[in-house]
Design a protein around this ligand. Structure first.
Ligand SMILES: [Zn+2]
Length: 118
């Protein structure tokens, strides 16, 4: 999946910018917004591939809605892809440390399922 690799490289560039300007420490603290045709990948597998808190495929929010943001675009086989990077809207999960929890001091969905199963 070379398309995903070029997308990941582009997102990584934006992550580096955000890190250089001290908005974040790791890519797990960002949320990515994408527009365009990305094949059959869903947001959950994309966020894992990109190593970010979440991937939003519903479009790019107006920049004033975000605390900070970086934008870019990419030309892939299926057409142009719009990329925006903003702060993670989720809280840090106290169990796996990923920014995937719905609210402060609560577990993310995955950890919640794991702890319920035991
Ligand atoms: Zn978790």
């Amino acid at each position: 999946m070379s398309q995903i690799l070029s997308l990941r490289a582009e997102v990584q560039k934006l992550v580096e910018k955000a890190r250089a300007e001290k908005h974040i420490k790791t890519s797990s603290q960002v949320e990515v917004y994408l527009t365009g045709i990305l094949g059959s990948k869903d947001s959950e597998s994309l966020s894992a591939l990109l190593g970010v808190s979440a991937v939003n495929l519903m479009g790019i929010p107006s920049t004033s809605a975000l605390e900070w943001n970086y934008e870019s675009s990419l030309e892939l086989d299926n057409g142009p892809i719009g990329i925006a990077l903003g702060p993670a809207t989720h809280s840090q999960c106290p169990r796996c440390w990923l920014y995937k929890a719905e609210k402060e001091d609560s577990l993310c969905t995955r950890c919640d399922q794991v702890t319920q199963a035991t």
